[in-house]
Design a protein around this ligand. Structure first.
Ligand code: PLP
Length: 474
């Protein structure tokens, strides 16, 4: 945004200042309302269309009016995701330093695909990437990319895996593509996240190349079955393991998987979307032991690290493969060369992109090593307290072993379970989501927000209790 003094083409500097100050006020008012407002939205889709819709204006509208009316119109359709009482999916909040750095990211409007388009943004990514590597115990030489989320991190990592595995067979996939390429197989646990399949699909690796390995009730891949499957064919393999199953939080036996993958000469990729952050806590690190032996790792900053959407990270133990799979160049670009330490374009699937490193940098710096460990430990503690509280709720059955921040529970049958969930969400006291697992319909609760307090957990438990009693009464 260029603020010109009395400029002919836009608002004056004074107007821009008033706009941004007013916006900050709208933002802080909303944050201040989180504790009292219902967590879910209060407007229907028709109401929201009516509030936000209408014809595209013919001429300009005062920016202050635009923003004030947008905020007013959107308000009843906002879900209080930053609230400590939001437990849906696996969704974090925004640490204050990360939110503020994210605002600056928009104002600075750097485009760090290339060092030349954002030197400070590039270096912030370099520093933050190094911090993450150290914090999670990943190899010092691992390369990395800041991407939109774990889905795109999978794409990045699995493109590197595809490059490496095919190169081992004398096939240059970047040159020759996949048509006529030697076969590659991908071994996935039965309870992997669907984003892995989609990343493979984008990479031209279809379902026929996938071998599904059974998993236990909480979703951990069965290592003996993985070994058997690896031994079936003498075809190069990519193995995907998981740290943090989306419903249960279960973590694969990563050391066992790493042994099996190494013996078979396979590439090991870890989906650690949220669970890999357990490595930052001395109390939970043992759960992900062996993760450091993988070849690539995909995870999120927007979930457990509480960086605002969107923010994901891809790390790769083989920088040459990573770079070969991602890099692109053209005559007009200013890549590499002296004084160009790192061009993100060489490592990400994106061309122009948001300077995501600033918010991750701010999150990590504001928490410090200890703060990240405490965030993991506190949220896992809340999940355990919640699960223990459920034991006192009539008819409630906790389905998972609560190893991390996820609780999965159910009430007798599918219908009752869905009714209880509906009532909890309608109460506005807490927001959770449903799922279907082996036992049938279930309610999943994820404590991923830095703000969730003991009181929030007590309110959520009271809401579940009231819903269960209400359903029991019909
Ligand atoms: C959320 C999640 C993903 C996908 O991450 P996005 O950031 O939404 O792309 C992948 N794997 C697991 C285990 C997840 O929980």
């Amino acid at each position: 945004m260029v603020a010109k003094q009395d400029g002919p083409t836009g608002p004056s500097a004074g107007v821009v200042e008033e706009l941004l100050n007013r916006t900050a006020r709208i933002a802080t008012d909303w944050l201040a309302s989180l504790d009292r407002r219902p967590v879910g939205e209060s407007a229907s889709v028709d109401e929201l269309r009516a509030r936000l819709g209408g014809p595209l204006p013919t001429g300009p509208v005062d920016p202050l009016v635009v923003v004030e009316e947008l905020a007013r119109a959107a308000e009843p359709g906002l879900v209080a995701i930053p609230s400590g009482r939001y437990f849906g999916f696996v969704i974090g909040g925004g640490l204050p330093a990360a939110v503020a750095a994210d605002w600056l990211t928009s104002v600075w409007d750097q485009c760090p695909g290339f060092y030349a388009c954002g030197p400070a943004a590039s270096v912030a990514e370099e520093v933050a990437g190094g911090w993450v590597r150290e914090l999670l115990g990943l190899p010092r030489t691992a390369s990395f990319a800041f991407v939109t989320g774990c889905q795109m991190a999978h794409l990045t990592c699995l493109a590197a895996a595809r490059h490496q595995v095919l190169r081992g067979l004398g096939w240059d996939v970047e040159q020759r593509g996949l048509a006529g390429a030697p076969p590659v197989r991908v071994l996935l646990g039965a309870r992997r996240h669907v984003s892995v399949d989609r990343a493979l699909r984008f990479l031209g690796i279809g379902r026929d190349s996938v071998r599904v390995v059974p998993a236990d009730t909480d979703g951990r891949i069965e290592v003996p079955a993985l070994r058997r499957e690896l031994a079936v064919e003498d075809v190069p393999a990519i193995v995907c393991a998981q740290a943090g199953e989306v419903n249960t939080g279960a973590v694969d036996d990563l050391a066992g998987v790493a042994d099996a993958a190494r013996e078979a000469g396979a590439w090991l990729h870890v989906d650690g979307a949220f669970g890999l952050w357990a490595a930052a806590s001395p109390a939970f690190r043992h759960l992900v032991a062996g993760a450091e032996r993988a070849d690539s790792w995909a995870f999120d900053a927007h979930k457990w690290l509480n960086v605002p959407y969107d923010s994901g990270l891809a790390f790769c133990a083989h920088p040459d493969a990573h770079r070969a799979a991602m890099t692109a160049t053209a005559g007009y670009l200013v890549q590499g060369g002296p004084g160009h330490p790192r061009d993100a374009m060489d490592w990400t699937p994106a061309f122009s992109r948001r300077a995501r490193g600033f918010a991750v940098y701010a999150a990590l710096r504001s928490l410090g090593r200890q703060g990240v460990a405490e965030l993991v430990e506190r949220t896992c503690g809340h999940a355990r307290t919640f699960a223990a509280g459920l034991a006192a709720v009539p008819g409630c059955q906790v389905l998972n072993e609560v190893v991390l921040n996820q609780v999965l529970f159910r009430f007798g049958d599918d219908r009752t379970t869905d009714q209880v969930l509906r009532r909890v969400v309608d109460s506005g006291e807490a927001w959770m989501s449903g799922t279907t697992v082996g036992a049938g319909r279930a309610i999943r609760m994820s404590v991923s927000n830095w703000q969730t307090s003991d009181r929030d957990i007590a309110r959520a438990l009271a809401a579940v209790q009231a819903a269960a009693v209400g359903v029991g009464r019909g």
